[in-house]
Design a protein around this ligand. Structure first.
Ligand code: CAA
Length: 414
C-alpha cells in the first residue's frame, strides 16, 4: 500500500511544530511541576484549526484523517508527551460520536469540537474494569425520556477540562454481548462531578480524574447511535482509530528524548572527547534512532490503512502493533536517553527525566501492551486458515483432527 502525505497533512504538522516550539516546550517543566493544564497551548491549537484534523468536513472539520492526526500528535509530543495526549484524547473522546453517532448527534457536538470551543473525554475504565472493558458497572437506567446514570469512572484523561464526555454504561446487565451503551454527558449536568484529580508520575500537564455519576439525568437523545447495546463495539472501534494517535505520541516522545541525547552527547566531554565519539554511546544512539524510525513507519502504516480502507478488519491488528511497538520503543529510548545523560539525566533540572516519567503510561493506557499483544495474536490465529498450504511443511504428527476448544482431539499417533 502507498503511504501518501497530503500537502494538507504536512501543513498541519508544520503548524503543530511551530505551536510546540512556541507554546509547549518552553513551558513544559512549569506545567509538569504545577500539574496544571496548558490552556494557552490548547487555545493556540484550537485557533490554528488543529482540532479539525480528526473531524469530517461535513461537521466543521477538515477531514484530514488519521495519518494527519498522527503527524500532528507526533509534533506536539516531541515537545511534551503530556501535551500530546492532551490533544489526542479529544480524538479518542470524539470517535464514538464520529463512528457511531446519529446525524443529529454529529451536527450537535462535532462542530464545537472542531472549532476548539469544546474539549472531549472518553470514560470507559473503572476501578474494577480496566483491560476487561466488558466488565463495567456504571449503569444507565431508562426513566421516561431520560437515562439515569450512576457509578464511578476511573482514569478519565482531560476530566474537568472537557465539556463533552463519552460515557460507557451498562444498560442491559442480563446480556453478554449487548450489555453496554455509550451515552454523552455534558459538563455541568447535575450529579456529574470530578471527585479526584490523580497525582501522577508523568503526563502531569493533563488531568486524569475520577468521574462520579450520582443520579445523572441525560436525555435519551444522548444515547450514541440511538440504539442500545452498541457500546462495546463503539468502544473497540474507537480504540482501533485512536491507537495510532497514542502510538504517534510515543514516536514524538522517543524523537524528543533522542534529540536531547544527541545534543548532550555532542557537548559532554569525558576522557578528553565528546561522549558521542565513544563507541558504546554511539551504539546506544544508533539503536534509539533505529527503534524510533521503525516505530514511526509502523504508525504511519496503521494510520494510512484506516484512511484508505476504514472497514478493513486488519486495521485493528495494525493499530495494536503500532501502539505496542512504538510505546515499547519510547520507554526504551527514554531510558537510554537518561543513561546517556548520566547523573544529569536523573535530575529534574533537565527535561530528560520528564521524558522518562512520561513514557511509562504509554505502555499502559489505551489498552496495556499485554492487551495489544492479545489483539494481535487473536488476528494472526483467526487468519491461520490462509496458511493451510504450508501444512505439508510442518511435522505430520501435529496434523491432528481439528477440534473446537474444549472438545477432545483425535490423535493419530496413539
Ligand atoms: N471492532 C469492533 N468490534 C469488536 C472489536 C473491534 N476492534 N473487537 C472486538 N469486537 C467485538 C467482537 O466481535 C465481539 O462481538 P460479538 O459479541 O457480537 O461476537 C465483542 O466485541 C466482544 O469481543 P471479544 O470477545 O474479543 O472481547 P473481550 O472481552 O475478549 O475483550 C479486549 C477484548 C481486546 C481485551 C478489549 O476488552 C480491550 O480492548 N480491552 C482494553 C480496553 C482499553 O483499551 N482501555 C483503555 C481505555 S482508554 C484510556 O486508556 C484512557 C485515556 O483516557 C487515554
Amino acid at each position: 500500500m502507498n503511504i501518501v502525505f497530503s500537502e494538507q497533512a504536512e501543513e498541519l504538522a508544520k503548524t503543530a511544530r511551530k505551536i510546540a516550539d512556541e507554546h509547549v516546550r518552553p513551558f513544559a517543566a512549569k506545567y509538569d511541576k504545577a500539574q496544571e493544564y496548558n490552556f494557552d497551548a490548547a487555545r493556540a491549537v484550537g485557533s490554528a484549526g488543529l482540532f479539525r484534523t480528526f473531524i469530517p468536513e461535513e461537521y466543521g472539520g477538515n477531514g484530514a484523517g488519521i495519518l494527519a492526526l498522527a503527524r500532528v500528535t507526533e509534533q506536539l509530543a516531541q515537545a511534551d508527551s503530556g501535551f500530546g495526549v492532551a490533544f489526542a484524547v479529544n480524538a479518542l473522546g470524539s470517535f464514538p460520536i464520529i463512528l457511531g453517532g446519529t446525524e443529529e448527534q454529529k451536527q450537535e457536538w462535532l462542530p464545537a469540537i472542531a472549532n476548539g470551543d469544546k474539549m472531549v473525554a472518553f470514560c470507559l475504565s473503572e476501578k474494577y474494569a480496566g483491560s476487561d472493558a466488558q466488565g463495567l458497572s456504571v449503569t444507565a437506567v431508562e426513566d421516561g425520556d431520560d437515562y439515569i446514570i450512576n457509578g464511578e469512572k476511573k482514569w478519565t484523561t482531560n476530566g474537568g477540562v472537557a465539556d463533552i464526555y463519552s460515557v460507557f454504561c451498562v444498560t442491559d446487565p442480563s446480556s453478554k454481548s449487548r450489555r453496554i451503551s455509550a451515552i454523552v454527558v455534558e459538563k455541568g449536568t447535575p450529579g456529574f462531578e470530578v471527585k479526584k484529580v490523580e497525582d501522577k508520575m508523568g503526563i502531569r500537564c493533563v488531568p486524569v480524574v475520577e468521574t462520579h455519576f450520582d443520579n445523572v439525568r441525560v436525555p435519551k437523545r444522548n444515547l450514541i447511535g440511538g440504539r442500545l447495546g452498541m457500546g462495546f463495539k463503539h468502544a473497540m472501534a474507537t480504540l482501533d482509530y485512536a491507537r495510532p494517535g497514542v502510538a504517534a505520541q510515543a514516536v514524538g516522545a522517543a524523537q524528543g528524548a533522542l534529540d536531547l541525547a544527541i545534543a548532550y552527547s555532542n557537548r559532554r566531554k569525558q576522557f578528553g572527547a565528546p561522549i558521542s565519539s565513544h563507541q558504546m554511546v554511539q551504539a546506544m544512539l544508533a539503536d534509539m534512532a533505529m527503534g524510533t524510525e521503525a516505530a514511526r513507519w509502523l504508525v504511519y502504516r496503521a494510520a494510512a490503512g484506516i484512511d484508505s480502507n476504514p472497514t478493513d478488519v486488519t486495521n485493528s491488528k495494525l493499530a495494536a502493533m503500532a501502539k505496542c511497538f512504538s510505546t515499547d520503543v519510547a520507554m526504551k529510548v527514554a531510558t537510554d536517553a537518561v543513561q546517556v545523560f548520566g547523573g544529569y539525566g536523573f535530575m529534574e533540572d533537565y527535561p530528560i527525566a520528564k521524558f522518562f516519567r512520561d513514557a511509562k503510561i504509554l505502555q499502559i493506557y489505551e489498552g496495556t501492551n499485554q492487551v495489544q499483544r492479545m489483539v494481535i495474536a487473536r488476528h494472526l490465529i483467526r487468519a491461520a486458515g490462509s496458511l493451510e498450504h504450508l501444512n505439508e511443511y510442518i511435522p505430520q504428527e501435529t496434523q491432528l483432527t481439528y477440534a473446537e476448544p474444549g472438545q477432545a482431539v483425535e490423535n493419530h499417533n496413539t
